[in-house]
Design a protein around this ligand. Structure first.
Ligand code: 13P
Ligand code: SF4
Length: 310
């Protein structure tokens, strides 16, 4: 499609989505890894923690979640009386699929007395089997708050787990999961980017490998990285997270330059939501994400405990 034609289509869809949003009394929540035009139509753009907080407090009747499945599930857990829509129902998270409830139950039997800390990137059923949730923004705080006399099982992200263990000085039993997007970034790529941009600071997400995290000037959640770049006196930054964040960097930090550490930093699941799908979803009020009450109860306990600490 011609660039002009595409722009016109985006403009028309954006208008129609805004109109439908009012009619449906809907709120649109978008993760920062979404396509720029999807972020632009959202009422709130943020990281997993911010999105959960918004989902918990909204008074809208419909939540359109532009993100991946576990995020929409969290919204359905926190706001069970709302209609929660995930415009592309197949948008999952490969890391969340790396821990099943059956495997978790088996592992818990092997570590009696363990406290299970689950990254928010997990299914509702896995959350229900855990003690407390965390996101990349509060994982250090959550783990630091736990009693020192019990083993801690951290699921499923081994990279985030290693980072949190180092920051808190706590021994964590790690699961073998990882983010298939962040884990692709290599130390060599970051070193190359540093050579190409010697004055730039390196900002990375804790889902990156430890040898990449070691090279960073700052390690933070996506919202944390944006805040850091906004407040920093530096003018150039090498970015170790999914490329969708560049849209917010450019909007919120005019005059500063951002270089993606690797062209591989694209999450196909995050890119599966399009404006067309958001539009269709508001028209049809489908596809919906729901959580059965028996799972919701346990998952809410773990999420609420995290939100109390945040
Ligand atoms: P945050 O937005 O919490 O930093 O998480 C990153 C992520 O990979 C979400 O899928
Ligand atoms: Fe999952 Fe990684 Fe994609 Fe986030 S970026 S949805 S953790 S695969």
């Amino acid at each position: 499609m011609e660039e002009k034609e595409r722009e016109e289509k985006i403009r028309r869809l954006t208008e129609e989505i805004k109109q439908l949003k009012r009619e449906r009394r809907a709120v649109i929540l978008s993760h920062v890894y979404q396509r720029p035009e999807v972020q632009e139509v959202a009422d709130y753009v943020g990281d997993s923690l911010g999105l959960s907080q918004q989902a918990a407090k909204t008074d809208a009747e419909v939540i359109v979640f532009c993100g991946v499945h576990f995020m929409a599930e969290s919204a359905a857990i926190l706001s069970p009386d709302k209609i929660v829509l995930l415009p592309e129902i197949k948008a999952g998270c490969p890391m969340a699929d790396m821990v099943t409830v059956e495997d978790l139950r088996e592992t818990k039997k092997e570590i009696p007395g363990a406290i299970v800390v689950c990254y928010v990137n997990t299914s509702a059923a896995v959350k229900a089997e855990s003690d407390v949730c965390c996101t990349s923004a509060n994982a250090v705080k959550v783990v630091s708050s736990l009693p020192k006399d019990r083993p801690i099982l951290f699921i499923p992200d081994q990279n985030l787990g290693r980072y949190v263990a180092k920051k808190t000085g706590r021994d964590l039993i790690l699961w073998g999961g990882y983010c298939s997007t962040h884990d692709r970034l290599t130390r060599e790529e970051v070193l190359e980017a540093k050579k190409a941009h010697p004055g730039a600071l390196v900002l990375v997400h804790p889902e990156c490998r430890p040898e990449v995290v070691e090279l960073a000037d700052a390690v933070a959640s996506t919202t944390g990285m944006i805040r850091y770049a906004r407040e920093s006196e530096a003018r150039e930054f090498i970015i170790g997270t999914e490329e969708g964040i560049l849209h917010q960097f450019r909007k919120q930090c005019p005059g500063k330059s951002f270089y993606l550490a690797s062209p591989k930093l694209i999450c196909p699941n995050m890119k599966a939501t399009t404006l067309e799908k958001v539009h269709r979803s508001l028209l049809t009020l489908e596809p919906r994400v729901t959580v059965p009450p028996e799972i919701r109860e346990g998952a809410l306990r773990a999420l609420a405990r995290m939100l109390e600490l945040s």
